[in-house]
Design a protein around this ligand. Sequence first.
Ligand SMILES: Cc1ncc(C[n+]2csc(CCOP(=O)(O)OP(=O)(O)O)c2C)c(N)n1
Length: 161
Amino acid sequence: LFDPIHSVTYYCNRGTSGIDGSTSTAAGVSVVSANKLNVLITGDVSFLYDSNALWSEYIKSNFRIVVINNNGGGIFRIINGPEKSNQLETYFEAKHNYSAEKICDAFNVEYHALRDVDNFDAGMRDFYFESVNGRPKLIEIFTPHLKNDKVLKGFFEELRS
Ligand SMILES: Cc1ncc(C[n+]2csc(CCOP(=O)(O)OP(=O)(O)O)c2C)c(N)n1
């Protein structure tokens, strides 16, 4: 979806086990590349599934997590099929009220939230500063649940044109 930045090394989990261990993978990579900034970009469901990845004294301030919280697995409004099901919200999207902020409290991770576009640039800049206590940082970006798929589909159209 985006041109790669050549100075950045990209890693990803994919396949049927994709979301279960993605935070653990990123945490592990950050431990073995301690002199580099490691940024995990993830969804709310993926983050919550694997939150126990934060149970580690080895992860430090070079580990940063960006959670894009659209309140569920937004992918199921984008791929064909589930959007026609009356089980969409409960069983495909797995809409929830769990809190990334409370998980950060539990694991001593510095938490930030972004709720509107106006604060985006300043919020992201702060997020990339050194953390106060040497611990990892997480920024949660809230996006509108029901607009999310329309924005992404619009972006696909732009790429095609
Ligand atoms: C272990 C595992 N279980 C289920 C899936 C199927 N799956 C793919 S994406 C997804 C939801 C991801 O939701 P979220 O992380 O919030 O990202 P979004 O779709 O909103 O971008 C699920 C359940 C998977 N890939 N891996």
